[in-house]
Structures are given as structure tokens and as C-alpha cells.
Design a protein around this ligand. Sequence first.
Ligand SMILES: Nc1ncnc2c1ncn2[C@@H]1O[C@H](COP(=O)(O)OP(=O)(O)OP(=O)(O)O)[C@@H](O)[C@H]1O
Ligand SMILES: [Mg+2]
Length: 139
Amino acid sequence: MTAGIDLGQPQAQSVRSDEDVVRVRQLVRAVAVASKLSLVDQTKLVTAASELARNTLVYGGGGSVEVTVVDNGRRKGVQIVFADSGPGIADLDLAMTDGYTSGGGLGLGLSGSRRLVDEFQIETSAETGTRITVTKWSR
Ligand SMILES: Nc1ncnc2c1ncn2[C@@H]1O[C@H](COP(=O)(O)OP(=O)(O)OP(=O)(O)O)[C@@H](O)[C@H]1O
Ligand SMILES: [Mg+2]
């Protein structure tokens, strides 16, 4: 399914269902393999992507994921943007705290994801929703 992936282009996946979260995992795995991330780093990135895509679905009311191969001149990496038009995260510090959940989760998705990637950026507001950008670099 992902055999014909064009790594020169951002790969987009909408997130409207559990099946879409699985598709995000598969897409991120394929791009991470093609970008020559180590097996450990592939797994870390897929795990982070799975958590963030699930948040996009559950709290953001659905949205989109875009996966891009990036190159900073020294290293290649994989960058993933998770975007939704949901209610935003009112208290970001609280939401990033280990164990905080507004639902019935473990409250480890955001904080755990941040530890699994090299770069982690959140833009969120009630007006524009939530946009999270993560990057994992090959080493
Ligand atoms: N895209 C989002 N839009 C709005 N709120 C969000 C979004 N992502 C996370 N949140 C808020 O941040 C809280 C913490 O998210 P986190 O993923 O860490 O935990 P969780 O989803 O509640 O539980 P877990 O991921 O461990 O099952 C959520 O409970 C929710 O209130
Ligand atoms: Mg979560």
C-alpha cells in the first residue's frame, strides 16, 4: 500500500477514525524506514505519532496528519504535523504534565510523545485548534 510512496512530497493522511490512526502508524513507519531511522527510532516515532493522532481524533474531533522527509544539511529526518480545528488546549503546561487527562486516559500521550522525539512544538488556541509538529533526526 505504501510501496509507491513519493518521499519528495509531504504525505497526508486524514484522521477521522480508528482505522485512520492505524494508517498514520503505517505511513510513519514506511517513511521512517525509507529515511533510514534505526529500528529503535522508528518505533519511538511510530509510538509518538500514534498517541498524537489519537489525540487529534479524540480531543480535536478529527483532523489531518502530514509526514515529510526533512534534511538540515547534516542529517535527514522525519517531520510530522498533527492538525485539528478542535477546542484547543486551554492549559498547555497542565496538559503536558505526566498523568494529566481530561478524559479517561493515562495522561501520558503528550508528555510521552515529547520524550520520544527530538523536536516537539505545539501551537494551540480556541480559535485555530491545535497543531503539533514533531521531528526525529537520523543519527
Ligand atoms: N488535539 C487536542 N485538542 C484538545 N485537547 C487536547 C488535544 N490533545 C491533548 N489534549 C488535552 O491534553 C490532555 C492530555 O493529553 P494526553 O495525550 O497526554 O493524555 P490523554 O489523551 O488524556 O491520555 P492518554 O494519551 O495517556 O491515553 C488530554 O486529556 C486533553 O485534555
Ligand atoms: Mg492521548
